[in-house]
Write a protein that binds this ligand. Structure first.
Ligand code: DGJ
Length: 726
């Protein structure tokens, strides 16, 4: 699985190989792709005449030497000595010198998966077939020791990566850039796919050819953001859902990131991913070590669909943790779009009563239950129930909700502080800020300085106060603004470049504490909808509110884009009222249910106001969800017809044991006198028979080659076809 022979490292999983070589002391990146049964010695993998026609533009080691790093595919490119492409790290020693020369020192192979202190990461369990490779590099110019970490998941076909930087000198060293990975692709035509959008239209897949120069996505919002996701893929230009090369990259991080591909003058494409260097620096005192966040990489020889399934599987099983990783999660009703801030105990109980009759299992009270929060402009930080709305407090309400047979859940925005709050009046310096610069507001609020331990302790205490009552079974953890004036008075000026990252370490520390202390509580991440839909959050919270756009049609697109990297089990998905509150569209209850049912199903409307017909439809949805959630959440996803540029969308899920197949078909827009559409299934057993709910039998090969013929002549029509293998 990991071998090292004659200067060549070969990391292999069930289907893939990743090869590096040590040449002239430098670590080269040699191959990544389909599994190689045999990897030759290094000299055979180098260009036969490895020094190109020597050009006057090359910078070389020394006179007479013919090796320039600029001409080679490098594994972790250093800066300032002749590789003019994007470097993986940059730093400065105490004298201000910046050039570095990372040389291979030694390596170690250990069982199991490395971990990253205080940071989220993929993990392995005892029975897993996982090994770690540590490659130690030394900077010839300073006393910096760089360790490259590789977690090789044989069965899951995934390689994780991270790097650490240790100052082994006696003076400070400042890191100014520290990527989690760099990969050089030799002379390949590639397309760059990324997930970009905005609030309420997150994670739209974009695809473009990699051309000379750089193409990148990034966040300097302080959170991973609605705008770009810390995911990208490089795929062969012919790649589709079912064929072609697809390389996927995703950063296990919820803050500023940069992700890109740079094509050089020799058609080598360098992929890179890590913390965004803008505003970042980290001072390493002698003996200190810095860890980058983890990057997850996946290779598929069979297209984008297989790449997604590899991400989905490892995220479901070895990124998410806790009891809810493996068990069915409750169907919830959330009052936000039903009441916004305008609620009281009576209103909530009316919705709860209606929810109970329909079979909903959890009532979630959203924003507005604390302080004096009748609008979004106050009270964050004052986590004391508002007795004007809830005369019996959270306790009284939770007990009454439980009386209807529902569990009780609560919204928090723990990272925030409103200027109009008792907390801010008592601690005006507790927010992120830069000296006496103006503190700019976002949604009328500031962000708590989670770099400081006493502030993290306050947040833990505020959550403890409520969760220790045992009455809260679910927490929606919201975060509603981007960062500005990122600074902390608790650190000296040399350390201000660390604040954005230290914030994340503080946040992850709180999440680790709370989720470990309350293992029975289900946590759902949220950030103004899907502003922090990333693997960092998924490590602590197995589901995330996908978007504030709850319109069924919009959700077909948003959930599709999200599924390129993240599993449906991670997507909070609610049926909401019509006309929809974000786009004012009216869609049938059936479509709204058929779209939400694939994610973690919830309702976000006043159920007491539903018509009888809609109530019957909701009951059907809930019954279907009980039957199929395991297929949607633990099965494999095949995107049969993607909704981009199509009036029809179709997904297929195959249960883990392959006995059940669910096909979801959506008509986004009907056309008059339409041509028929064929929904052809994928990866069935061609010799088996599959029986639908009406008892019709189809052979696997028929379903894959003929499929279902649909006329798509009614707007917003939808169908879920369930097939059981005979
Ligand atoms: C943003 C979330 O995405 C919404 O679902 C809701 O919880 C509001 N915040 C409440 O302020």
């Amino acid at each position: 699985m990991i071998t090292y022979k004659d200067g060549v490292f070969h990391l292999s999983t069930k289907d893939t190989s990743y090869v590096m070589g040590v040449f002239e002391g430098k670590l080269l990146n040699l191959y990544w792709g389909e599994k190689l049964n045999f990897v030759p010695e290094l000299s055979k993998m180098l260009p036969i005449d490895y020094f190109r026609t020597f050009s006057s533009t090359d910078v070389i080691d020394s006179d007479g030497e013919k090796f320039s790093t600029n001409d080679f595919t490098m594994e972790y490119p250093d800066y300032g000595r002749g590789d003019y492409r994007i470097s993986a790290f940059e730093g400065k020693d105490f004298e201000g010198t910046t050039a570095s020369n990372l040389k291979f020192d030694s390596y170690e192979i250990v069982d199991g998966k490395y971990s990253i202190p205080k940071m989220p990461a993929i993990y392995s369990e005892e029975k897993d077939n996982v090994k770690t490779l540590k490659i130690y590099l030394r900077d010839e110019y300073s006393n910096l020791k760089v360790t490259l970490l590789y977690g090789v998941f044989e069965d899951l076909n995934v390689i994780t990566r991270a790097a650490t930087f240790k100052n082994e000198g006696s003076e400070a060293y400042t890191i100014e850039k520290a990527f989690s990975l760099s990969v050089d692709f030799n002379c390949k035509e590639l397309d760059f796919i990324h997930l970009s959008g905005a609030w309420a239209r997150e994670r739209v897949p974009h695809r473009r050819r990699v051309v000379a120069g750089t193409q990148q996505v990034e966040s300097i919002y302080g959170i991973s953001s609605h705008i770009h996701n810390p995911f990208f893929a490089l795929v062969s230009p012919d790649a589709t859902e079912t064929m072609g090369d697809a390389y996927g990259f995703n950063l296990v991080y919820s803050g500023n990131f940069i992700a890109g591909a740079q094509k050089d003058c020799f058609d080598v494409t360098r992929a890179y991913l890590g913390i965004h260097p803008t505003g970042f620096s980290w001072v390493l005192a002698p003996g200190e070590e810095f860890y980058t966040p983890e990057a997850v990489t996946v290779y598929s020889a069979n297209g984008i669909g297989e790449m997604s399934r590899k991400f989905h599987k490892i995220y479901r099983t070895r990124l998410c943790r806790g009891k809810y990783r493996d068990i069915k999660r409750p169907i919830l009703i959330n009052n936000w779009e039903a009441t916004y801030f305008d609620f009281n105990e009576e209103k909530i109980l009316k919705i709860t009563e209606a929810a109970a009759e329909l079979g909903v299992e959890l009532m979630v009270l959203d924003d507005g239950w604390f302080g004096k929060r009748d609008k979004e402009n106050c009270s964050l930080g004052d986590w004391i129930p508002d007795t004007r709305k809830l005369p019996n407090g959270i306790k009284g309400l939770a007990e009454k909700v439980n009386g209807y047979g529902l569990k009780f859940g609560l919204w928090f925005e723990p990272e925030m502080i409103s200027p109009d709050s008792d907390l801010y009046r008592a601690h005006p310096d507790w927010c992120l800020h830069q000296c006496d610069r103006e503190r700019t507001l976002g949604r009328s609020q500031y962000i708590l300085d989670l770099c400081r331990e006493e502030i993290c302790d306050f947040v833990k205490g505020a959550l403890d106060n409520i969760l220790s009552t045992g009455l809260v079974s679910y927490v929606k953890w919201d975060m509603n603004r981007y960062m500005s004036e990122v600074g902390s008075p608790a650190f000296s000026k040399e350390h201000q470049g660390e604040i954005a990252h230290r914030y994340l370490i503080g946040l992850y520390g709180i999440m680790e504490y709370i989720t470990k202390k309350y293992p029975d509580v289900l946590f759902e991440g949220c950030s103004g909808g899907g502003g922090r839909f990333d693997p960092g959050i998924l490590h602590y919270m197995p589901q995330i509110w996908t978007s504030d756009d709850t319109d069924a049609l919009e959700r077909i697109d948003i959930q599709y884009g999200t599924s390129i990297c993240y599993p449906y089990s991670a997507m909070g998905a609610h049926v909401s009222a019509v006309p929809n509150h974000q786009v004012y569209r009216t869609t049938p209850m059936k479509l709204r249910g058929d779209v939400a049912i694939c994610g973690q199903l919830g309702y976000e409307l006043d159920l007491a106001k539903l018509t009888d017909a809609d109530k019957e439809e909701v009951k059907k949805q809930i019954a279907a969800y009980h039957k199929l959630s395991d297929v949607f959440h633990n099965g494999d996803l095949y995107r049969l017809i993607t909704p981009d540029n199509s009036d029809v969308a179709a997904n297929q899920f195959i249960s883990e044991d392959e006995s059940t197949v669910a096909v979801c078909i959506y008509i986004k827009r009907a056309r008059p006198n339409n041509s028929f559409k064929f929904v052809k299934l994928l990866n069935l057993d061609k010799n088996a028979l599959y029986v639908d709910e009406k008892g019709n039998e189809f052979s696997g090969d028929y379903l894959m080659h003929f499929g279902f013929k649909i006329s798509a002549n009614k707007d917003y029509d939808s169908k879920i076809i369930v097939l059981n293998k005979k």
